[in-house]
Design a protein around this ligand. Structure first.
Ligand SMILES: Nc1ncnc2c1ncn2[C@@H]1O[C@H](COP(=O)(O)OP(=O)(O)OP(=O)(O)O)[C@@H](O)[C@H]1O
Ligand SMILES: [Mg+2]
Length: 242
């Protein structure tokens, strides 16, 4: 029988101190076990993101592994920049807090939902997809993977002709393997599909978009794009008239 995991449900209000150095500004999100806040360093006013989970042994190990993974990937521009970890007691609950950069922009899902029909024009979706693929290729080149690529774990900020993007919420399922990296390829394609309005709009998409979606058939996709680098190269070379 699965054991119930402890969760934090703190609902911290703006102004609350998180340990001695950080003050809560706003709630950003909540997941299965934890909460994420926009905080500021009280002494400097510098904004950060703080991810809180109950400080049990399993979470402490997970936090350490994720922190090390982020540290290893610190030179990949798409990866959230990790700062440090702290143990804090709030209302008698021990929590482990991972502090990282506060990513400017908004979750990709919210950006997509803000558009007419809750979908992006194909060329705009293509730009986001390309940035994502370039970023993930660098993660793979560093010998890592993400494994939970979806529209809530990508923060986008439109800038000039393109987008600034950050990947958040890395997880650690052990060593990077080819199948784990291929999972990222399939998930990135799924993000492209979701930005375009999903299944109801598939039939009307231009041929080039369908080429990259391959009907979301995993076997066809991995045959066409066996690596993130292969996908990136095709994105740089494809023929608009296909
Ligand atoms: N560094 C950050 N900067 C800006 N917003 C963030 C940041 N980290 C998280 N968020 C926001 O908080 C939400 C939840 O964060 P995150 O994806 O890290 O955790 P989660 O999905 O709740 O966690 P888990 O999947 O581990 O239970 C995100 O979708 C995003 O909107
Ligand atoms: Mg998430």
């Amino acid at each position: 029988m699965p054991t119930r995991r402890p969760v934090v449900d703190l609902k911290l209000t703006p102004g609350t101190m998180l340990g001695r150095r950080y003050r809560v500004e706003a709630h950003l999100g909540r997941g299965a076990e934890g909460e994420v806040y926009h905080v500021v360093e009280a002494a400097t006013g510098i904004p950060r993101a703080a991810k809180l989970t109950p400080a049990d042994r399993r979470n402490q190990r997970t936090a350490a592994r994720i922190a090390n993974k982020l540290e290893h990937l610190r030179e990949c521009p798409i990866v959230l920049q990790y700062h440090h970890a702290e143990h804090v007691t709030i209302r008698r609950q021990r929590v482990v807090v991972l502090f990282s950069e506060l990513c400017p922009g908004e979750p990709l899902q919210r950006f997509v939902d803000g558009h007419r029909g809750k979908r992006l024009p194909p060329y705009v979706a293509l730009q986001v997809f390309y940035r994502l693929v370039v970023g993930l290729e660098e993660v793979h080149d560093a010998g890592e993977y993400h494994s939970d690529v979806h529209t809530e774990n990508i923060i986008v900020q439109p800038r000039g002709v393109g987008f600034r993007m950050k990947l958040i919420d890395f997880y650690d399922w052990g060593k990077a393997t080819r199948p784990k990296q291929q999972q990222d390829i399939l998930q990135a394609v799924r993000v492209f599909h979701d930005m375009l309005g999903g299944r109801p709009h598939y039939a009307k998409l231009p041929g080039w978009a369908k080429y990259f979606l391959a009907g979301l058939n995993n076997t066809r996709l991995l045959k066409r794009f066996p690596t993130m680098a292969a996908l990136r190269r095709d994105l740089e070379m494809f023929d608009w008239d296909m």
